[in-house]
Design a protein around this ligand. Structure first.
Ligand code: TRP
Length: 372
């Protein structure tokens, strides 16, 4: 069933996570593999539901081969919203996954941005460079553009053949039920994305069917439903069904949606510490009360406070400290200005460190691309 508030190319309204879990047949997490609790996105519930994640936990536990796949559609600057997928990519790499990263340049062309040169440049300078600066190991990563899968003709052929043959195993009615109204261009990118997610299992790539985890925001879940369905019906190969997880979205600075076209709705990982501080002071939505007296008396709302959320999504790694801040804010002991000051400090430290790492990352990326 299509959801009226979003599809993979557009998010319109508020997302009711509980409703979506039911509507799409996703599963909430109950007990996590202890190892996963080392990662804050998991232990803070920011990755909140899944399909067939048991298979991935088993692979991690038994040290069996598995892969992680993600794709990125460059849309300008790389910001803290994008960082969530990068963090998960690096996490799975550390947990032993072979990582596949696709630049969805064909999808971007088909769905929103026909300026392919610009988006390929952004993919490298913004996305890949930041992934590496955050800790992605390029040696254990298969990075490609949808438009240019591989110099190896056998590999490229396998990927594009799959993309072109999966369509036989769905119908227009099914596609409409999953996506709602969909253009031919978007449909062809949906099938290409299905090949992105499935092709690591082919003999030309990992050599055999194996578990693959695709972490996404819930807007991408329609792609997973289509992919799982066509893979199941595809007669030529015994694919292991794709596993996935969904993470919650980091809201935009002003509350509501983060939008790549509004610089003041996000903090980019290349923003200078000064600009970042200014953005927090001026724009970060506050869950504090109208007046100091009211705040002291009734307390604030950390759950909608964007400065607090930035801490929760990763800037504050210490759970005890995070809880202390949460409670103090809620009880009115911590003021909005004080919370912002703390977040700004954390943010500045992070950006200074990250931007240092970017200098090294740029060199690594350059070397890597020369060999691609
Ligand atoms: N559709 C994704 C996006 O809009 C990009 C993408 C392409 C992708 N192929 C993928 C994501 C495979 C996950 C797995 O961002």
């Amino acid at each position: 069933m299509a959801n009226n508030n979003f599809n993979p190319w557009e998010i319109k309204g508020d997302i009711d996570y509980t409703k979506i879990i039911k509507q799409f047949g996703l599963k909430p997490f109950d007990k996590l593999l202890p190892k996963l609790n080392d990662y804050l996105l998991f232990r803070r519930g920011l990755i909140y539901c899944h399909r067939d994640f048991e298979r991935i936990e088993k692979a991690i536990k038994n040290k069996k081969q598995f892969a992680m796949m993600t794709g990125l559609m460059p849309s300008g600057k790389f910001h803290f919203g994008h960082k969530m997928v990068a963090d998960q990519t690096i996490m799975y790499q550390k947990l032993g996954a072979k990582v596949y990263v696709a630049v969805a340049d064909i999808e971007a062309y088909n769905s929103r941005n026909p300026d392919v040169d610009k988006l390929r440049k952004d993919a490298i300078e913004e996305y890949l460079t930041n992934y590496v600066a955050l800790g992605l190991d390029l040696k254990k990563c298969d990075f490609y553009f949808q438009s240019d899968r591989s110099k190896d003709g056998k590999k490229a052929g396998a990927y594009y053949s799959l993309a072109n043959m999966l369509g036989r195993h769905t119908t227009f009615n099914q596609v409409k039920a999953i996506y709602g109204d969909i253009s031919p261009a978007k449909l062809s990118s949906a099938l290409l994305q299905a090949s992105d997610m499935l092709h690591p299992q082919l003999k030309e790539f990992e050599g055999k069917p194996l578990p693959v985890i695709v972490p996404v925001g819930v807007d991408q879940d329609p792609h997973l439903r289509l992919t799982r369905d066509v893979a199941h019906k595809y007669p030529g190969y015994d694919f292991v069904p794709i596993s996935s997880t969904c993470h919650v979205f980091l809201p935009g600075l002003k509350g509501g949606k983060m939008s790549s076209s509004d610089e003041n709705s996000f903090i980019a990982l290349t923003d200078s510490p000064e600009i970042a501080a200014k953005k927090i002071k001026k724009f970060a939505f506050s869950g504090g009360r109208e007046t100091l007296e009211a705040h002291r008396k009734y307390g604030g709302n950390p759950d909608v406070d964007v400065s607090f959320l930035l801490l929760k999504f990763g800037l504050e790694e210490d759970d005890d400290k995070l809880k202390e801040i949460y409670d103090a804010y809620k009880e009115g002991r911590l003021l909005s200005g004080e919370l912002k000051k703390y977040t700004i400090e954390k943010l500045e430290n992070f950006l200074v460190e990250h931007q240092k790492n970017r200098i090294k990352a740029k060199k690594e990326v350059k070397k890597f691309l020369a060999k691609l």
